[in-house]
Design a protein around this ligand. Structure first.
Ligand SMILES: Nc1ncnc2c1ncn2[C@@H]1O[C@H](COP(=O)(O)OP(=O)(O)OP(=O)(O)O)[C@@H](O)[C@H]1O
Length: 380
């Protein structure tokens, strides 16, 4: 999902919209959340663990010797304005704890968290309430919808507790109900809705508060696959329409690859790799990540940037043109159809060509030498 409408950050040389590739937007957008050296340790005297010799113990040893569990271990990353930032990992890897720390639903043990440059750890109760209601709203797997209230009133509920007047909140709620595709169902009770529709009510409620960031904690994991796909598309559409920053927890790799502009892959409380889907699949940081992405169809995630080679003199003027964001799978279709190399054009300039050989090399995983940077890596 690269086509976001994020701000372009404070670059000194403004470019025209046309000349600015979408992924450069995301890469240079200012950080909304900045997390540095974050630890969360559960257990007695947890604050003695970060940075000490206790932190070097295995999880079992630490539990036996100090009664503590390290859920988040020295994690640093930025969530940039307008991106979908996915936190992915197996059960128990620390995803929920990490994301709950962002708004201090769980108190971090050490480290710093800033939202738009403002220190979250120093916020008092009032500022925290404001943070959770207006700036970074959480959408949970179980929405806690009020069973005796209508869909409309459930969506308006968040605005009600913010003290917004009745007419205004009902108008806003109706707009959000429409936005998530529930128009016509305003008067139903949650019990009269399917699971997917209930998820949409929860989503509309979070959207009604118009938060700068939406935090999703495995919101779709209880849904059956078709409805789940539907909701993923809904999130993609909302993101494309609004460019809202989203942090999305999932343990499902295909969901992460479908939704994420960038993915932080967690293992044992650490972020083992943080990068675009292409970086994670194309340049895994270690054997764990490599194993994790082994079954991903590379041609559907990797783009022609990875497959292209410099154009020979006569190649840069003729042949089909492709954008640098074209997937290898799409490029294979073009090259197979035309039987000639295709040009990769960026900002009106030919930046390379792809042909049968270079595309097949990527599918076969023989392209390692041409890999772009593998994103920010953290030693496992
Ligand atoms: N309140 C708690 N007290 C003690 N340990 C906890 C607590 N909450 C979480 N943990 C531990 O912290 C680690 C990370 O848990 P967390 O829930 O963040 O993982 P997760 O990746 O979100 O898992 P899942 O996908 O199953 O929800 C686990 O080992 C878990 O047992």
């Amino acid at each position: 999902m690269n086509g976001n409408s994020a701000g372009t950050g404070d670059t000194t040389e403004p470019m025209t919209e046309q000349a600015q590739p979408a992924e450069a937007d995301a890469a240079t957008a200012p950080a909304v959340f900045s997390v540095r050296n974050l630890w969360k340790v559960f257990g007695p005297k947890a604050d003695r663990v970060p940075g000490s010799e206790l932190a070097a113990l295995s999880p079992e040893e630490l539990r036996e010797q100090a009664g503590c569990t390290v859920a988040v271990r020295d994690v640093s990353f930025d969530v940039r304005q307008g991106e979908v930032f996915v936190v992915m990992g197996l059960s128990g890897s620390g995803k929920s704890t990490l994301v709950r720390c962002l708004t201090r639903l769980i108190e971090p043990t050490s480290g710093t968290i800033a939202i738009d440059g403002e220190d979250v750890c120093g916020m008092d109760k009032g500022a925290l309430r404001d943070l959770r209601r207006h700036r970074a709203a959480m959408v949970f797997q179980h929405f806690g919808l009020l069973p005796h209230r209508s869909v409309l009133d459930n969506v308006a509920y968040g605005l009600e507790i913010q003290g917004v007047g009745k007419a205004e909140r009902r108008a806003k709620a109706a707009e959000m109900v429409e936005k998530v595709g529930l128009a016509g169902l305003e008067d139903r009770r949650p019990g009269q809705l399917s699971g997917g529709q209930q998820q949409r009510v929860g989503l509309a409620r979070a959207l009604a508060a118009d938060p700068e960031v939406l935090l999703f904690d495995e919101p779709f994991s209880a849904l059956d696959p078709l409805i789940r796909r539907d909701m993923q598309e809904e999130v993609v559409r909302l993101h494309r329409d609004e460019g809202r920053t989203m942090v999305f927890i999932t343990h499902d790799l295909s969901e992460a690859l479908r939704l994420g502009d960038r993915i932080a892959l967690m293992r044992g409380g650490r972020v083992v790799q943080c990068g675009t889907p292409e970086e994670i699949v194309g340049s895994p940081a270690d054997d764990y990540v490599r194993d994790f992405v082994r079954d991903v169809p590379r041609e559907q995630v990797l783009t022609v940037r990875r497959a292209m080679r410099p154009a020979a003199a006569d190649e840069s003027e003729t042949g089909e043109t492709l954008a640098p964001t074209t997937t290898v799978a799409e490029a294979i279709e073009t090259v197979a159809r035309t039987g000639t190399p295709a040009r990769i054009v960026e900002g009106g300039r030919c930046v390379g060509v792809v042909d049968h050989r270079s595309l097949l090399d990527v599918v076969a995983g023989l392209d390692a030498g041409t890999a772009p940077d593998a994103g920010e890596r953290t030693a496992a």
